[in-house]
Ligand binder design. Structure first.
Ligand code: F6P
Length: 360
């Protein structure tokens, strides 16, 4: 008899269910006696002993289902060693539940933060395998995370819809795109949606350059401009502030996000009417796109294979279209960012797309 545990941790995304299905299908096809336990709501379920014995029925018909059948929660790594509100040692509690269920392996489907906790549990001696999920695509060591392309589709559709109304009204539109501290989602959706300006955290923008790009379009007879702006985009002027000054600015800032501050600046400097669209959590919702269904199934199968080979403490990634196993300790805590010399950025600039950092 082999026993494995599954948990989905952090912000949800598309294809979490498809990944679990891939793991369990591949395991049950290759192991005669298998028990699968699902911890509910991420690490919280593992801490508090909230789990369910899952059967093949649980994995039937979930390839296309968004969200996660196990539920998810954020359990910040920085507080993982602090006792919970009842004085419970969270790491010990998770280990006890692992041993109580006599698990042979724990599969963690999660992003960067969840990977750090997975790595900690692995260092404590548990057999852990991590599968990289996130719409942000910011996990170091894998070309792609599942969820990313589904979110690109949704963000692109939002930009597509904005295009027609922006053109009809000759307006400037900002579409604020998720991605946390990195710009992958904005870069891909911005290019796929034909945005005129793309602002990402890795390339701090200058407001005068953004205005230049808008004015250039106006002069060329295009009355509208669509900006794809990452939620984490940074204004270069803010980088000049000391930590104290920046903190003061943020505290007194009445803008809900960077898009709103930018909109005010554009209005003040060009007189252009600016509208903001925030697709927000729709980017994480709904059914996974076909690419994510295929990717997550591949990663799930590769995760099952790692178990069958007895290899633990690894993240299953995809590099040059091949699944790989990467020691978790190598990627835990490292962000995969859009490098300044990223080829896609250069290509976008060749098209005349402004990143707010260059003369146009
Ligand atoms: O990491 C995924 C993500 O959707 C980010 O893009 C975003 O910044 C964050 O999660 C939002 O988190 P929450 O769902 O907790 O608001």
């Amino acid at each position: 008899m082999k026993r494995v545990g599954l948990l989905t941790s952090g912000g949800d995304c598309q294809a979490l269910n498809a990944t679990m299905r891939g793991i369990v299908k591949a395991l049950s096809n290759n192991i005669d006696e298998l028990e699968v336990y699902g911890f509910m709501n991420g690490y919280q379920g593992m801490i508090h002993g909230d789990y369910r014995l899952l059967t093949s029925k649980d994995f039937s018909g979930i390839l296309t289902k968004g969200g996660t059948i196990l539920g998810s929660s954020r359990t910040p790594f920085k507080t993982i060693n602090d006792p919970d509100e009842n004085g419970l040692n969270k790491v010990e509690a998770m280990m006890q539940n692992y041993y109580k269920l006599r698990l042979d392996c724990l599969y963690v489907l999660g992003g960067n933060g969840s990977q750090k906790t997975a790595n900690l549990l692995s260092e404590k001696g548990l057999n852990v395998i991590h599968l990289p999920k996130t719409i942000d695509n910011d996990i170091w060591g894998t070309d792609m995370t599942f969820g990313f392309y589904s979110a690109v589709n949704i963000a692109t559709e939002a930009i597509d819809c904005i295009h027609t109304t922006a053109a009809s009204h000759n307006r400037v539109f900002i579409v604020e795109i998720m991605g946390h501290k990195v710009g992958w989602l904005t870069l891909y959706a911005g290019i796929a949606g034909g945005a005129d300006v793309i602002l990402i955290p890795e390339i701090p923008y200058r407001i005068d350059k953004v205005i230049e790009a808008i004015n250039k379009r106006t002069k060329s007879g295009k009355g509208f401009t669509v900006l794809a702006v990452a939620e984490g985009a940074v204004c270069a002027d803010d980088l000049k502030l000391s930590k104290k000054e920046y903190k003061k600015k943020m505290e007194s800032n009445h803008y809900p996000s960077v898009a709103y501050e930018l909109a005010d600046q554009i209005l003040a400097k060009t007189g252009n009417e600016v509208r903001i669209t925030v697709p927000g959590h729709t980017q994480r919702g709904g059914a996974p796109c076909p690419y994510d269904r295929a990717l997550s199934t591949r990663l799930g199968v590769a995760g099952a294979k790692a178990f069958l080979d007895g290899e633990f403490g690894v993240m299953i990634g995809i590099v040059h279209d091949k699944t790989v196993r990467l020691p978790m300790k190598e990627s835990a805590g490292k962000l995969k960012v859009v490098e300044k010399d990223n080829q896609f950025v250069k290509e976008a600039k060749m098209l005349g797309i402004s990143f707010g950092d260059e003369d146009v």
